[in-house]
Design a protein around this ligand. Structure first.
Ligand code: CU
Length: 152
C-alpha cells in the first residue's frame, strides 16, 4: 500500500518536474532497412549457399542492384514453379517500393552465395541501391536442415 501511494505520488508529480524527452528519430525514415538476414550453408562442399533477408522500403521507391560480402560472390536469384518444375533465374535488380516489405525467403527470391567457406559463422552483406544508398547487415550462417530442401 505504501509503495502504491509512492508510485501514485511520482506519477502525479512527474509532469511538474520532468520535461518530456526530445523526440529523436531512431533511423532515417527515408532509407530502406534490412532485417532477419541469414544464410543456409549448402551441405555439399563447392555448391552455392542461399541467403535470406527482409528489406523494408523507406520513404522513396528504391531498386536493389547488388549484394556483396567479403570473400564471396553473390547473385540475386528468383525462384518460381512452372508446371511442377522449380525454376531459378538471375535478377538484374529488384524493386523495393516505398514502405513495402520485400522478402528473400526459402522457396522464393534468394541470394545465391558462391565460395562461402563451411567454417563461416556470419557474413557481412552489403546491399547497394540504385539511389547510391548502401545498407550492411550481418547474416548468421546456419547449417542446412534435412527437412527444408529448397532446390539448391
Ligand atoms: Cu539460386
Amino acid at each position: 500500500m505504501k509503495s502504491f501511494a509512492l508510485a501514485l505520488l511520482l506519477l502525479t508529480a512527474a509532469p511538474a518536474f520532468a520535461a518530456p524527452p526530445p523526440v529523436k528519430e531512431a533511423w532515417d525514415r527515408t532509407a530502406p532497412r534490412a532485417s532477419d538476414a541469414w544464410v543456409r550453408l549448402n551441405p555439399v562442399p563447392g555448391r552455392p549457399s542461399a541467403g535470406y533477408l527482409t528489406i523494408t522500403g523507406g520513404g522513396q521507391p528504391e531498386k536493389l542492384l547488388t549484394a556483396t560480402a567479403p570473400g564471396v560472390r553473390i547473385e540475386l536469384h528468383s525462384m518460381s514453379m512452372a508446371g511442377g518444375i522449380m525454376k531459378m533465374a538471375m535478377l538484374d535488380s529488384l524493386a523495393v517500393p516505398a514502405g513495402a516489405t520485400v522478402a528473400f525467403a526459402p522457396g522464393g527470391n534468394h541470394l545465391m552465395i558462391f565460395g562461402l567457406t563451411p567454417a563461416a559463422k556470419a557474413l557481412l552483406i552489403t546491399l547497394a541501391f540504385a539511389s547510391g544508398r548502401k545498407l550492411t547487415v550481418t547474416a548468421a550462417v546456419r547449417p542446412a536442415g534435412m527437412a527444408d530442401h529448397d532446390g539448391h
